[in-house]
Design a protein around this ligand. Structure first.
Ligand SMILES: C[S@@+](CC[C@H](N)C(=O)[O-])C[C@H]1O[C@@H](n2cnc3c(N)ncnc32)[C@H](O)[C@@H]1O
Length: 550
């Protein structure tokens, strides 16, 4: 009997979902949802869009959750972030102390306004459940589903909101045909914790929907901190070379920005913007990238199949696959040698957690990448970018700034210029901001709390063992900052220039203390230091420098 009820419920939900227009009226003049061959529905623009202007603004997402590790540093309501969790200077983060919720001890708030708003809108229902879970909170995707169930049970979602959620792609038939899975157990868990009358099947369908449609809850420059579900984003298909990015403007890092009188009405209503990564013609489909764009074609395809149930055959996947096949036919032993080297570095990386001494070994193994320098295809189609980024992050956690710097520079000079042909790409911007923060931590320009002068002196001494002088580092910081400015100007992410300006002011301070060496001489010496640190030949370095645009 329960089964029949649940089947009827689900049929009714789907009929209602089919009736609701897929997009909010505010997009009617500019965007439309269409059937796209072999992709289901997708979003097309009705008018041409310049790379300089945002495509549209999205409001604050209710259906969202913050990753557990980011809860201590994020306001649970307005989502301002107080630190990147890495020992870095933290420009652009809100400098406030968050207050912990006395009930669940998991949520934290920037002030009373956010706490009260959150309480009435959703937190009073979650708080007692989180308390029972005693810090063992489920992953963000499941907490976003839990919130949806709690709000639906209390009639706090409008019919339109609920029907739009139900109209999203779920792949329910394919996934349920695979039989009972751990997602069914999770749906049962959510039902029990929420004390919900909603059927397990319906909750499981919400989990499928959340997995296939939620995107990262972004920060302006430092990557994702959780998940969010937005009805427009949920209708946008994937491409490994996207024409848009989800951009969180810097004004949303002002405490309580949704109420702030210092911001305009428009700003108070804008949590994120969809921004174009190039000019887009009228009638073109909008395309977002669901995966980290620098990972290998193999890893991208596997993730898209596993999580979104489609085989990506975009232009980028085809050209990457062909480039690898061409290289393998020209140099039959090369892919195997590269794979062995990759496994060696990965083995050391996987041991860093229990044994930090493995960081040095992993870095030494990574330094042997010079044998592959003449085959950039390997860098962009293999696991090189992921390994380099893993070493940057592990290096930072261990406060080994020199090692972090060299690996971040590898991504900046060797990988990203091959990967991103557009001026601005959020993944590239993230690398550059991270790189500049590492320069600052090394140079002592702006340091994480608790850094003494002795530590700075010690870091610069260590950097010199890697081939960098203080004046060389200062010169490169200057040049990379200018590169970042050029990339952001003339894009719809111009608001991030305020973060560049902060760093430029620091450059002026550094330059006033600079040693008495002429600009051109200093530049040449710094270039030579970088060439040696990256282990590049003269010839290769010239090409790399030109391609980097720095
Ligand atoms: C976020 S939804 C996008 C909108 C969806 N096409 C719809 O009809 O509602 C994600 C789902 O769209 C489909 N999809 C997205 N990009 C695709 C692509 N490049 N090729 C084939 N299917 C794609 C997949 O089924 C994926 O799980």
């Amino acid at each position: 009997m329960d089964d029949i009820d649940s089947l009827l419920d689900s049929l009714i939900d789907r009929r209602k979902a089919a009736e609701v227009p897929p997009l909010d009226d505010k997009y009617a003049g500019t965007l439309e949802v269409k059937e796209i061959l072999s992709k289901g529905q997708g979003v097309c623009t009705k008018q041409s869009i310049s790379v300089n202007d945002p495509i549209c603004s999205l409001s604050y997402p209710t259906m969202m959750a913050i990753d557990s590790e980011n809860l201590p540093t994020t306001c649970y309501h307005c989502l301002v972030v107080t630190s990147s969790q890495l020992p870095l200077p933290g420009y652009g983060h809100a400098s406030i102390e968050l207050k912990t919720c006395n009930g669940c001890h998991s949520a934290r708030f920037c002030g009373r306004t956010c706490q009260v708003k959150s309480w009435h809108a959703y937190h009073k229902y979650e708080c007692k459940i989180f308390k029972k879970m005693q810090h063992n909170l489920p992953p963000a995707v499941l907490r976003a589903v839990l919130r949806t169930v709690l709000l639906k049970d209390r009639d706090m979602l409008s019919d339109e909101e609920w029907n739009r959620i139900n109209a999203m792609a779920s792949h329910e038939e394919t996934l349920t045909a695979r039989g009972r899975s751990n997602l069914t157990d999770m749906a049962e868990g959510i039902k029990m914790f929420a004390g919900s009358s909603m059927s397990v099947d319906k909750i499981q369908r919400l989990i499928f929907i959340m997995r296939a449609n939620a995107c990262e809850l972004p920060t302006p420059v430092y990557g994702g901190i959780g998940v969010m579900l937005d009805p427009l984003v949920a209708k946008i298909n994937h491409d490994c070379e996207p024409n848009l990015a989800i951009h969180r403007p810097q004004h949303t890092m002002t405490t309580g920005w949704m109420e702030s009188e210092q911001l305009s009405e428009d700003e108070r209503k804008t949590f994120v913007q969809l921004i174009p990564l190039r000019d887009i013609q009228a009638g073109e489909e909008l395309l977002n990238c669901y995966v980290v764009p620098t990972v290998s074609v193999k890893a991208r395809k596997a993730k898209l199949m596993e999580e979104y149930l489609f085989d990506c055959n975009c232009h980028k996947c085809q050209s990457d696959t062909k480039a690898i096949a061409d290289l393998a036919s020209e140099h039959p032993n090369l892919p195997t040698r590269f794979e062995q080297w990759t496994k060696d570095v990965q083995r050391h990386i996987s041991r860093i957690k229990p044994k930090s001494s493995e960081l040095q070994k992993a870095t030494a193994a990574m330094n042997k990448s010079e044998q592959f320098l003449d085959y950039p295809v390997l860098y962009t189609s293999g696991d090189f970018p992921e390994m380099a980024m893993a070493l940057v992050l592990e290096g930072l956690k261990a406060q080994a700034y020199g090692e972090a710097l060299v690996n971040a520079l590898r991504i900046y000079f060797l990988v990203n210029p091959q990967r991103f042909n557009s001026r601005h790409n959020p993944t590239n911007t993230y690398t550059i901001f991270l790189l500049l923060d590492i320069f600052d931590a090394l140079l002592g320009t702006s340091t994480p709390p608790g850094t003494t002068n002795d530590k700075v002196v010690e870091r610069i001494r260590h950097a010199s063992t890697l081939g960098f002088s203080k004046s060389g580092l200062t010169c490169w910081r200057d040049r990379i900052c200018a590169d970042l400015r050029r990339r952001l100007e003339g894009t719809a992410a111009k608001d991030l220039l305020v973060l560049v300006e902060k760093r430029e002011k620091q450059v002026e301070q550094l330059n006033s203390k600079k040693e008495d060496v002429s600009g051109e001489e200093l530049r040449k010496a710094a270039e030579e230091e970088m060439r040696v640190a990256l282990k590049l030949s003269d010839h290769k370095w010239k090409t790399v420098l030109q391609e980097s645009g720095c």
